[in-house]
Design a protein around this ligand. Structure first.
Ligand code: COA
Length: 690
């Protein structure tokens, strides 16, 4: 049974035991219902404690039941909550591990909440395109106030126990949590009356413009999405409507969100992120190697960010570069980034200090004599990288894994420069490395299962979302990006402006359009990478990027690129348009008005066709892996599920039609690949990869 009922004197313990995360599926709800009835009917029971087995309070409703509709089979969570609130006996939640979503809504229904010091609580539904649907927004707001509720529920944050205590969400923190909860429950039972429930708590009148100001401040971040706006509405309703109405509105908006395509897309992403971790055959028993000391070669922007990722996860780092000046500059850069993290409240002073102390600089490879792994993050120059790998092979212990942060180059070529190709792998971090969530790990021809298991486990330890790609030019992310970026330049040549192109892509939901992204990465870097790459005979690169680089329009770092920059603010530059028009003239292209629909189709379809080729070649193992890469590495809107998911929603047959329509005038790469045709015929990507 997924729930256990036992007695500790006059207190009934109701324990939820449904591995792995004690999700509140139908069987659990049936068990809870029975347990609550038992406790109500037994006169010897004076109070109830609700807890989770394996030191884990429920992490929510069962996601699969929410999708299938089984979450609506009686007893639903709302019915259990009604039973709890009318039981007539105090109920105390003993929170260990993570009390999330429906789990935390259950805890909020109790008369008191006692949490373990390392426990976390939160309402992360927004990450699944949902709002809490069982009173979460209403009770949270009543206990912690609307400002804290807005911040926590629209972000889906998991709050530490200390924070939850400070804002009134829990009543106490105790190490022996269940025992403390039993004592608390007994004390409440001995009181003259039951303590007030969260739903009865009185709300202070919120600041007059709290909601308007919050909506305005988050308009850009929430654009195009349903759930965050509905959460704000629900919290406002808690403050402004009669209690019953607030609860009813929340439920109505929960049901609206559940029906939305955004919820379906975000649940796809949740499952895709977890599926991406499975890189070895099922049942494979390979244990990852422990990684406690690493070397990072190259103290530039990437190297510094990567060093921080390791240090933040408690791993000692030696940051190596060719000169003392380069190392000093790298350490300075790291210091500045830690100061920034502190200012933004991402780390406490203590955490930042401890992490900083884990990074030391070096100029000699001999300093890497005791590392478990080395990550090369030098300039994207094949000869230089080969040299670094030779030196790493000579100076690190034979057990050490050697990884390259290359974003495009051949891992096998680097592995061939070592005597341990089985321990060579790609670990492609995204810039800024200490912020971006994606880690695109790359499997070389000889990479051993243990090496792969180690870098995938390492990514989790660093708090990254990892995908394993096969070895090819550009791997998953940059190979697809190549044609997306090239198409943006073709559109410029044909008549579009940078503002138009970026505007369409940003309105679609991307964090940034392709030209703004080029400016961020550096047009000189983009051009240098392009020069190293082979192009099919019938393709050509637009000369625009090269000219931008040649004119010193490097992007944000030089204050001008496709736009003019003041800090992060961009504005149009008429000279850029003049440069683009000159290119059109030279190429004999008559500029024309290009509509938004064409811009969107021309930018998204090359991604999908190339993605299908990656699946066909086995570079990506699953369509979902590609979605994860694009969402976490390239700003594709998660609420649209990623490019491959988006293509399925559009209909693969329609995608093929569009490609075929554009192929005659736009070149061979627009020919739908065989894999895409097969997926369309068989009913989706999964039918081919399963
Ligand atoms: N319902 C059903 N399954 C769930 C689940 C849920 N609410 N939460 C997690 N799982 C499953 C995962 O799919 C995964 O399954 P798998 O091993 O078959 O891939 C397994 O539990 C472990 O989850 P994972 O995320 O890999 O573990 P973690 O330790 O990294 O994180 C959580 C644990 C609970 C923090 C994380 O899973 C999470 O955020 N879950 C969603 C919470 C949520 O949104 N609740 C509201 C639901 S409406």
């Amino acid at each position: 049974m997924p729930t256990h009922y036992r007695r500790d004197g006059d207190v009934a313990l109701l324990e939820i035991d449904n591995p792995p995360v004690n999700a509140l599926d139908l069987q659990v709800r049936v068990g809870l219902d029975a347990g609550l009835r038992c406790a109500a009917d037994d006169p010897a029971v004076k109070a109830v404690v609700l807890c989770g087995a394996r030191a884990c309070f429920p992490a929510g409703a069962d996601i699969n039941e929410v999708a299938s509709g089984a979450a609506f089979h009686s007893p639903i969570l709302l019915e259990l909550q009604a039973r709890m609130e009318t039981l007539g006996k105090p109920i105390v939640a003993a929170i260990e591990g993570a009390a999330l979503g429906g789990g935390f809504e259950l805890a909020l229904t109790c008369h008191a909440r006692i949490a373990a010091p390392e426990a976390r609580v939160g309402l992360p539904e927004v990450k699944l395109g949902l709002i809490p649907g069982s009173g979460g927004t209403q009770r949270f707001t009543r206990l912690a106030g609307p400002a804290a509720a807005l911040e926590a529920i629209t972000s889906g944050a998991q709050l530490a126990a200390t924070r939850a205590l400070a804002i009134g969400l829990i009543d106490a923190i105790a190490s022996d949590t269940v025992r403390a909860a039993v004592q608390w429950a007994r004390r409440l039972a001995g009181g003259a009356s039951l303590p007030a429930l969260a739903r009865e708590a009185k709300l202070a009148v919120p600041e007059p413009d709290l909601f308007a100001a919050f909506r305005a401040a988050h308009a850009r971040a929430f654009r195009g999405q349903l759930a965050p706006w509905r959460i704000v509405d629900a919290i406002e309703a808690a403050c402004t409507r009669p209690a019953l109405e607030g609860f009813q509105l929340e439920r109505q908006w929960y049901l609206e969100c559940r029906e939305s395509p955004q919820r379906k897309a975000l649940m796809h992403v949740f499952h895709a992120e977890r599926a991406a971790r499975r890189v070895l055959p099922a049942g494979s028993q390979v244990a990852p190697l422990p990684i406690e000391r690493v070397g990072v070669v190259g103290a530039g922007t990437m190297g510094a960010g990567i060093a921080m990722c390791f240090a933040n996860a408690g791993i000692d780092v030696t940051l190596l570069d060719v000169s003392r000046e380069a190392v000093a500059l790298g350490l300075e850069r790291i210091g500045a980034l830690y100061d920034e993290s502190l200012e933004r409240g991402k780390l406490s002073g203590e955490q930042a200090e401890a992490a900083r102390a884990r990074i030391r600089g070096a100029v000699e490879y001999s300093a890497l004599g005791d590392v478990d792994m080395a990550v090369e993050a030098v300039f994207e120059d094949p000869a230089l990288k080969c040299q670094v790998f030779e030196r790493l092979d000579r100076s690190t212990p034979p057990r050490a894994i050697l990884a390259s942060n290359t974003s495009t180059l051949d891992i096998d070529r680097l592995a061939a420069r070592t005597r341990r190709p089985q321990q060579v792998v790609g670990t492609h971090f995204f810039s800024p490395a200490h912020v971006m969530k994606l880690m695109e790990n790359v499997r070389g021809r000889a990479s051993s299962p243990q090496t792969l298991a180690t870098v995938m486990a390492l990514a989790r330890r660093l708090g990254k979302i990892a995908v394993l790609a096969g070895n090819c030019d550009g791997f998953i992310g940059n190979r697809m990006l190549q044609y997306y970026g090239a198409e943006a330049e073709r559109l410029l040549e044909e008549g579009a402006t940078p503002e138009q192109i970026d505007g369409v892509i940003e309105a679609f939901g991307f964090a940034m359009g392709p030209l703004a992204m080029r400016d961020l990465a550096g047009n000189d870097v983009g051009w240098a990478i392009r020069r190293n790459r082979a192009l099919p005979a019938d393709e050509r690169w637009s000369p625009i990027l090269e000219r931008m680089a040649a004119q010193g329009r490097l992007g944000r770092k030089s204050g001008r690129g496709f736009y003019l920059y003041e800090g992060r603010k961009r504005r149009s530059d008429p000279q850029v348009l003049a440069l683009i028009c000159a290119v059109s003239r030279e190429l004999g292209i008559e500029r024309r008005e290009i509509g938004e629909a064409e811009i969107l189709a021309r930018l998204l379809h090359p991604l999908i066709n190339e993605g299908a080729k990656l699946l066909a070649e086995g570079i990506a193992a699953r369509a979902g892996d590609i979605d994860v890469v694009y969402i976490h590495g390239y700003g594709f809107p998660a609420y649209k599920g990623g490019p491959m998911y988006w293509a399925e929603q559009e209909g693969l047959a329609k995608v093929i039609d569009t490609l075929e329509r554009l192929a005659p005038s736009h070149g061979a790469r627009w020919q739908p690949c065989a894999y895409l045709r097969a997926a369309a015929a068989r009913g989706g990507w999964e039918c081919l990869t399963r």
